[in-house]
Each structure stands twice: as structure tokens, then as C-alpha cells.
Design a protein around this ligand. Structure first.
Ligand code: IPD
Ligand code: CA
Ligand code: CA
Ligand code: CA
Length: 265
């Protein structure tokens, strides 16, 4: 694992430098769908990560956002988001990252999320804890939803009904606040280190969440679906928290209508 971790850290930081080098430069923006942007830098970063994995671990399979699945029939699969927060990046809004996970059979054994702007590397190794740079991290100790800061994400192309702003409204009067930064991977990492107490999302992809799942679990947090069931990297609706506010979040996520604060439900 030591060599795998070293290669993964070197690679994610090199891709971080690619992202930094193009800030302020003209971006070639393509649309994958309405408001679903991809830039040449997503592709450059991805190409770099693919090249590094293929050179160092030629037998491993790889799933990436922009290229798809490269199947080597291996028990190992790398899952790569070369730029999480493309819309932010395209607008020079400094909140984006890179996410890389390694799966052995069906288990996530390594997860890294790198924020090049702040030079913050979040990573976790299965059964060996979660780290921010070289410091061990844990989720927050916030005991109740009313003292929490939470965030959320959903994909670009959902209908208003699918987006479902009811939880947003119900949470907004029952927490210290809600954030939505535009980089799901970084927000999940923030649950891992206690900057956020919870994060909920719909229809994220394996490359958005795989590294974050391991980071939050190894940071002693909790990850389930909106009903409290165990998840995998394909789960449709996903909830990350410090564990202590998890049940309260599940309750709010399942309210079908808006309840004003103090109203009984
Ligand atoms: C997106 C971001 C965003 C989330 C979207 C993702 P991308 O990833 O994580 O926060 O709301 O669902 O697709 O496309 O910038 O890698
Ligand atoms: Ca994308
Ligand atoms: Ca993403
Ligand atoms: Ca991406």
C-alpha cells in the first residue's frame, strides 16, 4: 500500500498543478448538457492521471468521468474525477478539487481528495484512518442539527421536482446554515475534517463520492442513503454526517412538505 499511496499522492498533486497553471487562462468550454460544462483542463488532468496509473499499475482497471471504464479484468479499479467543480473552475471561482479512489473487489481501500488552491490533501486508507496533509482528522463533535453547518449537491440536469428544494427549506431554519460550494468532493472531505457536520446529495456519480466515502468513514463519520441503509458507490441518494446528527438529517430529508420551525411533524 505504501507504494500505491506514494504514486497516488504524487499523481494527484501533479494534476493539481495542471489545474493551477490554467487558472486565469482562457478555458475551452464544451457543454455535455444544459449547464454541464467540461473544459480542456478536465481532460488534461484526466490524461495525466490515466497515464500515471497505466504506467505504474498496468493491470488495474480504471473508471474516470471523461473517458469511462477501462476494463483490465482486475480486482483493482481506480475511480477518478480529474476536476470536481468544473463550473467553479471555468469561472475562476476558487473552489474545486480532484478525487481519486482505489477499489479492491468491491471495497474502497484508498481515497484521496486534493484541493490545489489551499494545498490540502485529504486521504484515507482502509482501517488506517483519515488525514489532512499529515494530520489525522475526525468528524465534528456537533451534537444537534440546530448547531450544525451542512451542505448539499445535486447534478446539473435534474428537473425541479427531482432537485427537491423541500429539504433545503426545512434544513435552513433548523441549522446554523447551509452551504453549496459546487464541489461535492471537497464538501465531503470537509465532513471528514469537521468543517461541515453533514452533506446530502442526489444522483452523484462514483467518481464524486468514492474517495469521500472512505475519508468520512475513516474519520469516524457515517454514510448511508436517505433511509439510513448501507450504501455503495452507485447509491442514488447519499448522506454523510458526523454520525451524531445523522438521524435528525434523515428525518428532515424524508419530510414531504415544508414545516416551519417549531411546527410538529
Ligand atoms: C459536480 C460537482 C457539483 C455537484 C455535481 C457534480 P463535476 O462535479 O461535484 O458540486 O453538484 O453533481 O457533477 O462535474 O464538476 O466534476
Ligand atoms: Ca463533470
Ligand atoms: Ca465531480
Ligand atoms: Ca469532474
Amino acid at each position: 500500500m505504501k507504494r500505491i499511496l506514494e504514486v497516488a499522492i504524487k499523481t494527484i498533486k501533479e494534476s493539481g498543478n495542471i489545474l493551477l497553471n490554467y487558472i486565469g487562462e482562457e478555458k475551452e468550454i464544451e457543454l455535455k448538457g444544459i449547464s454541464n460544462l467540461v473544459t480542456q483542463v478536465d481532460k488534461l488532468s484526466e490524461r495525466h492521471i490515466l497515464k500515471s496509473i497505466e504506467e505504474n499499475f498496468p493491470d488495474h482497471s480504471i473508471l474516470t468521468e471523461e473517458t469511462g471504464f477501462i476494463n483490465k479484468n482486475s480486482e483493482y479499479t481506480w475511480i477518478v474525477d480529474p476536476l470536481d467543480g468544473t463550473t467553479n473552475y471555468a469561472h475562476n471561482f476558487p473552489f474545486f478539487g480532484i478525487s481519486i479512489a482505489l477499489i479492491k473487489n468491491k471495497e474502497i481501500i484508498l481515497g484521496l481528495i486534493y484541493d490545489p488552491i489551499r494545498d490540502e490533501l485529504f486521504y484515507a486508507i482502509k482501517n488506517e484512518g483519515a488525514y489532512l496533509n499529515d494530520r489525522r482528522i475526525e468528524v465534528s463533535k456537533t451534537e444537534s442539527l440546530e448547531n450544525s453547518l451542512i451542505s448539499f449537491a445535486f447534478p446539473y440536469e435534474l428537473s425541479l421536482e427531482e432537485k427537491n428544494f423541500i429539504p433545503f427549506i426545512n434544513f435552513s431554519s433548523r441549522t446554523h446554515g447551509i452551504r453549496r460550494t459546487g464541489s461535492a468532493a471537497i464538501e465531503i472531505a470537509y465532513v471528514g475534517c469537521g468543517r461541515l457536520d453533514g452533506f446530502w446529495a442526489k444522483k452523484l456519480k462514483p467518481w464524486d463520492i468514492s474517495a469521500g466515502i472512505l475519508i468520512v468513514e475513516e474519520a469516524k463519520g457515517k454514510v448511508t442513503d436517505f433511509s439510513g441503509n448501507n450504501i455503495d458507490i452507485h447509491t442514488d441518494n447519499i448522506l454523510f454526517s458526523n454520525g451524531k446528527i445523522h438521524q435528525e438529517m434523515i428525518k428532515i430529508l424524508n419530510l414531504g412538505k415544508i414545516f416551519i420551525r417549531n411546527e410538529k411533524f
